[in-house]
Design a protein around this ligand. Structure first.
Ligand code: NAP
Length: 494
């Protein structure tokens, strides 16, 4: 230990204060006397909802569903709340539930290590050292911006930034802007930038399926009603949840459902873009659902503006003053926005986390991310993932998934608090992963003819997405299974 290091000892360390990290902290506050610390690299809570401040940022899952079941919000202003409102909601929950005093902000965790002799986890962030018997990895996989590998990227002399690291000091009004990507972030940004830029060039590699977005505002009367009768919010959540579940059947490859969904999405394109070259360019060439089906009523019409250009095939090169499309067309631009997604399948934290015998999580995951019941990894005792491997959904609320995991992890934490060291057996993890692989086979994500961040490029396995209905996620992953673990008893205090 260096002279400047300070050591903080708690029962539990939580890494990350996004929806999942704040969620488990709330449960620890409400249900236990366990001490905990949340290590958060940012300046406030919120995770992706703190970082993604791009113009137009909002959630395409309705807010009455995309929120904690234990902290309903009668005040949502509209069906799909914008980023500042979602961030405020998480901040309010963290404050109201008294978890803020336990969060250490601006703590960039650079090393997490299992100490076999002392049977505890040691996390380091600079000179600050944290020790605990259990550690919760709530770092997410849509957390670290991914820049594309494009020749000349570093040579650009204008402004270049990622959608998740928006540079608000750059005024885009009257500027020539290039935007790389056509995913969920891009389709929210394009209409906003198209309105103000002198010229917007969108460099699309794959066209997206885009469906209309219905986004009614809630009236003051409705909000008052929700406040007085919370059961109305419960009912809305329930209806939204099951409507989304119905859509899931299509992802499993049922032909008639695929045809219906394709017809609806292409019908939306046809209703907004006249037949011809532009419509052809915006027509996807893979099976619907293979990538996230996007929602926007403003995206397609933006391409009808005189100042907006759509280039196909991605980017050939970046020059000091512009960007070159795949067909060689060069556009001089002042700003390049990279809406190119995240390090989702190969999370940076896995390189900095070491379990038994000093094995890194990255090396443990040489075929891609995996965890028993989506939370536990053999070789990493008393370490629990929230919103880690196989927890993504293309069709429903991520918060529902996180909450199912909270139940599992809270049960595990009760046991570790009583002095148990829990390590999932490798064969149980393998059996679970084989079941998931069997479920994944034949789904549109693996056979739909697209490439996406749902699939690990190293192994071709579906490692970020849950390949089944959301309600089965809860059935499978919310109940702790004692028999799957090697259990060592070391006494109640670490
Ligand atoms: P993304 O879905 O991974 O999209 C990245 C885009 O960048 C794709 O269009 C991709 O093209 C393109 N791209 C990547 N590398 C490129 C390269 N070298 N050259 C040209 N194009 C390149 O990332 P995202 O849009 O940030 O969304 C990630 C996830 O965040 C979403 O799937 C969703 O789960 C979440 N999200 C949710 C919301 C919401 O409303 N709930 C909003 C935003 C994001 P290809 O498609 O050809 O690979």
């Amino acid at each position: 230990m260096s002279e400047t290091e300070t050591i903080t000892r708690t029962d539990v360390i939580i890494v990350g204060a996004g929806f999942a990290g704040v969620g488990i902290a709330v449960q620890l506050e409400r249900q236990t006397e366990q001490s905990y610390v949340v290590l958060e690299r940012g300046h406030t809570v919120g995770g992706a909802w703190r970082d993604n401040t791009y113009p137009g940022a909002e959630c395409d899952v309705p807010s009455h569903l995309y929120s904690y079941s234990f902290s309903l919000n009668p005040g949502w202003t509209k069906m799909h709340a914008k980023q500042p409102e979602i961030l405020r909601y998480i901040e309010d929950v963290a404050a109201t539930e008294n978890v803020l005093p336990n969060i250490r902000f601006n703590m960039n965790v650079d090393d997490i290590r299992w100490d076999e002799d002392r049977k505890l986890w040691v996390a380091k962030a600079g000179d600050a050292v944290f020790e605990a018997r259990s550690i919760i990895m709530a770092v997410g996989y849509l957390s670290d911006a991914k820049f594309p590998e494009i020749p000349g990227l570093d040579s650009f002399t204008g402004k270049l930034f990622h959608s998740a690291e928006w540079d608000h000091s750059v005024d885009l009004a009257g500027k020539r802007v290039a935007l790389i990507g056509s995913g969920a972030s891009a389709i929210q940004i394009v209409p906003e930038v198209g309105k103000v830029a002198e010229k917007l060039v969108v460099l699309q590699r794959s066209a997206a399926y885009v469906t209309p977005r219905h986004d009614p505002h809630y009236t003051e009367a409705q909000k008052r009603m929700f406040e007085r009768r919370p059961e109305l919010m419960e009912r809305i959540r329930e209806d939204l949840f099951w409507a989304n579940e119905e859509r899931y059947a299509q992802r499993r490859g049922t032909q008639t459902l695929i045809e219906t969904a394709t017809k609806a999405a292409l019908g939306n394109l046809e209703s907004q873009i006249p037949a011809g070259e532009l419509r052809d360019k915006l027509t996807p060439d893979y099976t619907i659902g293979c990538k996230r089906i996007l929602k926007s009523s403003e995206y397609y019409p933006t391409f009808l503006r005189d100042n907006v250009v759509l280039e196909m095939g991605g980017v050939k090169a970046i020059t000091p003053t512009g960007i070159v499309a795949a067909d060689g067309t060069e556009h001089e631009v002042d700003v390049i926005i990279s809406a190119t997604g995240f390090e989702a399948t190969d999370i940076p934290m896995a390189y900095r986390t070491f379990g038994r015998d000093g094995l890194s999580l990255h090396d443990r995951w040489d075929r891609g991310m995996e965890a028993y019941k989506t939370t536990a990894v053999s070789g990493f005792p008393n370490l629990w993932f929230l919103k880690g491997p196989n927890t993504g959904l293309g069709h429903n609320s991520a918060i529902y998934i996180a909450e199912a995991q909270l139940d599992y992890v809270m049960e595990a934490l009760k046991r570790t608090h009583q002095g148990e060291i829990l390590e999932v057996r490798a064969e149980e993890q393998e059996r679970f992963m084989a079941e998931l692989e069997a479920l994944s086979a034949g789904t549109v994500w693996l056979s739909g003819g697209c490439s996406s961040w749902y699939v690990d490029p190293r192994s071709g396995r579906l490692t970020t997405l849950w390949p089944d209905f959301s309600f089965t996620f809860r059935e499978v992953n919310s109940e702790f299974v004692e028999e799957a673990y090697e259990i060592e008893k070391v006494g109640a205090s670490a």
